[in-house]
Design a protein around this ligand. Structure first.
Ligand code: SAM
Length: 226
């Protein structure tokens, strides 16, 4: 049952409030220049014109983490997937404002792009504040399930890192339980401080800020692909 990779259906919204003129312009003009090709196999050369370390963000929201990381590591390539139009518009604003040349976007399901990458090709995968689907009968929709994790594990290089952040206590427990069943990932926490404190190079996302404002705890997980 626990397999959104097999179910392959997008839940959640793909549009919110109407875009402002400037945002619509970015969607129309900048997005096509940065979009992952619609089909076929993709790799670093196809996307960036050279062989470079690749990072993949699943559900980048408004793109602040993606843009921050891409700015920090200009020689690395960043691929972000997000089906929410307003989020993609937000990411495009960050990309334009920071003048980033090392980001490619897919407006849609992250798994559709992940599966087209070569096995072992990713240095980092990020999943920050995934939709929690708190009801047990919706648990199969959670991104942390063995189907998507099998795909993430296949695409990460040995020694690569999977970063997961959540402010949802049910998701936190669920993720710890599911990840503990995986011999292919090693949890990098040495002490509680490692998952209670935001690690360096991990900027606050919009959802994290909202959770903190509303008095919720946030947990940070780093797993190494064995
Ligand atoms: C709670 S939001 C978190 C956004 C962002 N990561 C943050 O921390 O601010 C979860 C995001 O995951 C996106 N999402 C859900 N399913 C997805 C999928 N299959 N592929 C890519 N993104 C997905 C949603 O559209 C939403 O923007």
């Amino acid at each position: 049952m626990n397999d959104p990779a097999a179910i392959r259906r997008l839940y959640g919204r793909s549009k919110g409030r109407p875009l402002r003129v400037g945002q619509a312009d970015l969607i129309e003009r900048l997005l096509p220049q940065l979009s992952v090709p619609a089909e076929g196999p993709i790799d670093s050369n196809a996307l960036f014109g050279d062989a470079r370390p690749l990072h993949f963000e699943i559900g980048f929201g408004a793109g602040e983490h993606l843009a921050y990381r891409a700015d920090l590591l200009p020689d690395h390539g960043f691929i972000g997937a997000e089906p929410f139009l307003n989020g993609v518009a937000g990411a495009l604003m960050h990309i334009r404002d920071r003048g980033l040349a090392n980001v490619r976007l897919h407006m849609g399901d992250a798994l559709d792009v992940l599966e087209r990458l070569p096995d072992g090709s990713l240095r980092f995968v990020y999943l920050l504040h995934p939709d929690p689907w708190p009801k047990l009968r919706h648990a199969k929709r959670r991104m942390v399930n063995h189907g998507p994790l099998d795909l993430i594990a296949a695409k990460l290089a040995p020694g690569g890192e999977f970063r997961l952040g959540t402010d949802d206590p049910t998701y936190c427990r669920w993720a710890m339980m599911v990840m503990a069943q995986r011999p292919d990932f090693e949890w990098l926490a040495q002490s509680a401080a490692d998952f209670l404190t935001r690690p360096g190079g991990w900027p606050e996302t919009r959802y994290e800020a909202k959770a903190r404002r509303e008095g919720r705890e946030v947990w940070y997980f780093r797993y190494r692909r064995c």
